[in-house]
Design a protein around this ligand. Structure first.
Ligand SMILES: Nc1ncnc2c1ncn2[C@@H]1O[C@H](COP(=O)(O)OP(=O)(O)O)[C@@H](O)[C@H]1O
Ligand SMILES: [Mg+2]
Length: 425
């Protein structure tokens, strides 16, 4: 028999690695570290007991997954997603998959209520509730404790899944939930609960993998259960007519469409003003920290003491723009700059004077002991100034908020790693 090479778009597929209920995974000979996830026009529920063909479902699912993973990648969460390949396929890092579903819940509903009789639907978890289930269709995906996962001793691409790894995945699951919850808030939708899966790539890195689409979450527009638009609509059907299936598909399309309309808010600016060009190294450090957090930055030079009118003109210029501005004032010796700006604007002003250990005791007071009526704050380190500015902007910008949120997890992961290195010396 002739060898038929299967192709999607410009990608020549290799061997079928695995086929599940909703997609096929193929080798990608041109990119050996990667694979292609090809979605099927198939919807299933109840561990596959209920299943229907649903024309066009693969396209909506793929579109949703690609959009969600792009958001997660862009805010610094490590996922297996590489790029969209065609309308119903995407390229992913090839992983060995951890056979666990990681579930995070904001409100109690569904199976949680059955497992916890007495809890009313809508009970609000704060912090979010986290649960794990072993992927085992034949036994209806039993709930597993952390200890059971550790005891299973999964070893994938050379990585043993132990206590630290389970803890990390738990935290990433919560992070992913909180980020997507913020994303959906911008479309006035409440993310009720969701599940994700993890894989280990060839380098032994743990990545958010598989897919995140309308099979993965419960979403209630306006927080109203009656308006639900996720797969629960399908799960709830006792008989399934073509018109029911059309409704399910229309819902899924609506969700994918909402994600299309997520305009990344880009209406902010951090303005670093230095009193003298001699402060430029300090300002460069602040700029670098800001840019690493994804902030838009402009740097200016103006002295409130020597070019007072110029300083005020600069402030007026930024006030006239239709963007949210945070000023960072950098002035050594007597810091007139930050307090003068603060007295002439209602945008936040952060003083970050370039002090040294020899002059800090003397110079810092000009930033701290400001006249009544001023609301400027004072920090010493360039990184702190950037984080303060980012936190102000994050109040109305989910992308910056998500960057800050995912950064906290990177910090969290670094200490156990250092600890393990010292312990093993
Ligand atoms: N990046 C990846 N690399 C390798 N396998 C993957 C990747 N992402 C998902 N898979 C696997 O693809 C298979 C097919 O997915 P799916 O149809 O959802 O299966 P299931 O019915 O088991 O959930 C699953 O076993 C899943 O773990
Ligand atoms: Mg699956």
């Amino acid at each position: 028999m002739a060898n038929v090479v299967k192709q999607v778009g410009e990608y020549k597929l290799g061997a079928l690695i695995i086929e599940g209920k909703t997609k096929q995974v193929y080798d990608l000979p041109s990119e050996p570290e990667h694979c292609v996830l090809l979605s099927k026009d198939r919807i299933t529920a109840g561990d596959g007991v209920k299943a229907h063909d649903l024309k066009g479902k693969s396209i909506v699912s793929n579109k949703t997954t690609c959009k969600v993973f792009e958001i997660l990648n862009s805010v610094g969460i490590k996922t297996s997603f590489v790029r969209q390949a065609t309308e119903n396929a995407f390229v992913s890092k090839k992983c060995q998959m951890i056979p666990i579903e990681w579930v995070t819940r904001r409100l109690a509903t569904g199976s949680f209520l059955k497992r916890h009789p007495g809890v009313k639907e809508g009970y609000r978890f704060s912090p979010v509730k986290h649960e794990t289930f072993f992927k085992d269709d034949a036994n209806h995906d039993p709930q597993w404790s952390e200890e059971q996962i550790i005891s299973a001793g999964f070893e994938l691409n050379g990585l043993l899944i132990g206590e630290n790894e389970v803890d990390y995945m738990t935290r990433v699951s919560i992070l992913v939930f909180e980020v997507l919850e913020k994303v959906w808030q911008t479309r006035n939708c409440a993310l009720i609960d969701m599940k994700i899966e993890f894989g280990v790539d060839n380098d032994g890195d743990i990545l958010v993998a598989d897919v995140i689409d309308s099979d993965s979450w419960r979403l209630w527009p306006s927080g109203d259960k009656r308006l639900m638009v996720d797969k629960q609509v399908y799960r709830n059907l006792t008989t399934v007519t073509q018109s029911d299936l059309d409704t399910v598909k229309r819902n899924f399309e609506w969700i994918a469409d909402q994600l299309d309309h997520l305009l990344p808010p880009n209406d902010h600016l951090v303005v670093i003003i230095m009193g003298s060009p001699s402060d430029k190294d300090h300002c460069q450090k602040i700029r670098k920290y800001c840019e690493d957090l994804g902030l838009n930055v402009e740097v200016r030079v103006s002295s409130a003491h020597k070019t007072t009118q110029g300083t005020l003109k600069i402030v007026s210029h930024y006030e006239s723009l239709n963007v949210k501005v945070v000023f960072i004032a950098v002035a050594g010796r007597s810091n007139g700059l930050g307090p003068v700006i603060s007295g002439n604007t209602d945008f936040p002003v952060i003083n970050c004077p370039p002090t040294t250990k020899d002059d800090v005791d003397r110079d810092i007071w000009s930033s701290l002991n400001v006249p009544s009526g001023l609301g400027c704050s004072t920090v010493l380190y360039p990184e702190t100034a950037a984080l303060c500015a980012a936190q102000s902007i994050a109040l109305s910008n989910y992308v910056i908020w998500a960057r800050l949120r995912s950064r906290r997890l990177v910090n969290y992961k670094s200490l156990p790693k250092a600890d393990a290195e010292f312990k093993n010396k």
